[in-house]
Design a protein around this ligand. Structure first.
Ligand SMILES: [Zn+2]
Length: 268
């Protein structure tokens, strides 16, 4: 039997618990006899993670929910195997459920041909969809569901008192989850989700990658300002909302301003 290493009261995280890096964070929330798991990571580490759960004396029969923060392969590839062992309900946002149930290799980022990424994405049935305002009960604990799109359209966070399990929303170094048009990232939605966290009474953020950390308003404001800038940068391709240079170019075309007469090139 293992002593439980509680990160917060009623919360362990399986990588930290094992003292070993498996992959994406998998938070186990428990109260009394009951427990729920948030994300699981890759399929090939599921058995080891189940063994940690067993050794921490969480009977499999007392699991009340398996929760997917979103449909990315590095968070949910192991869900099908996990469910086949535990036979417990899988919960996800409807937009993530589509990815999980179809095993969509592109929306899940299981296949990124240009990067040579070619992973399996086993399809898995979602038993209950969760959305903004829903509550997942674990014993007497309430996990309030926040719909926090931005990284993906179906990203959810779970708020338990002053802790927010925030998936790939924001990390301790101020980075945000990957912004990628292919899996539906949306910069405006990202800004709304980040601002919501900033304005909330959340004290602790428990992301899906890297360590849990104290909400730092100054850092979060800097992150929001940085992401705001992305809206008008061509660097972000289809995720940018506008590109001011194109407006300038249109004006210069209309006015017949060539490079030698442009105020941008005073003395080449
Ligand atoms: Zn992700």
């Amino acid at each position: 039997m293992l002593a439980r290493k509680e990160l917060f009261p009623h919360v362990i995280e399986l990588n930290f618990q094992a003292g070993q890096f498996f992959g994406c964070n998998a938070y186990l929330v428990f109260d009394g006899a009951y427990w729920a798991l948030i994300d699981i990571g890759y399929e090939d580490t599921v058995e080891e993670m189940l063994e940690i759960i067993r050794q921490c004396d969480f009977p499999f029969a007392n699991c009340v929910a398996l929760i997917a923060t979103h449909g990315d392969v590095d968070h949910v590839q192991g869900m099908a195997r996990l469910k086949s062992v535990l036979k417990k309900p899988l919960l996800a946002h409807p937009l993530s459920a589509e990815i999980l149930q179809s095993g969509d290799p592109y929306a899940s980022l299981a296949q990124i041909p240009a990067k040579g990424v070619d992973l399996a994405m086993p399809a898995v049935e979602v038993d209950r969809t969760i959305d903004e305002g829903d509550v997942i009960e674990v014993g007497s604990l309430n996990l309030e569901v926040w719909h926090t799109p931005g990284h993906t359209p179906g990203s959810v966070s779970m708020k338990m008192n002053d802790i927010l399990f925030c998936g790939d929303l924001v990390y301790r170094d101020g980075c945000v989850g990957a912004i990628d048009a292919q899996h539906g990232s949306d910069i405006e939605a990202f800004l709304s989700s980040l601002t919501r966290v900033l304005e909330s009474d959340v004290t602790w953020l428990a992301p899906a990658h890297g360590p849990p950390f104290a909400k730092n308003d100054e850092q979060l404001r800097a992150t929001i300002a940085r992401v705001e800038g992305y809206r008008h940068l061509a660097d972000f391709g289809a995720c940018a909302v506008a590109w001011p240079l194109m407006d300038a170019w249109e004006r210069e075309i209309a006015d017949g301003i060539g490079p030698r007469s442009s105020p941008f090139n005073p003395e080449p």
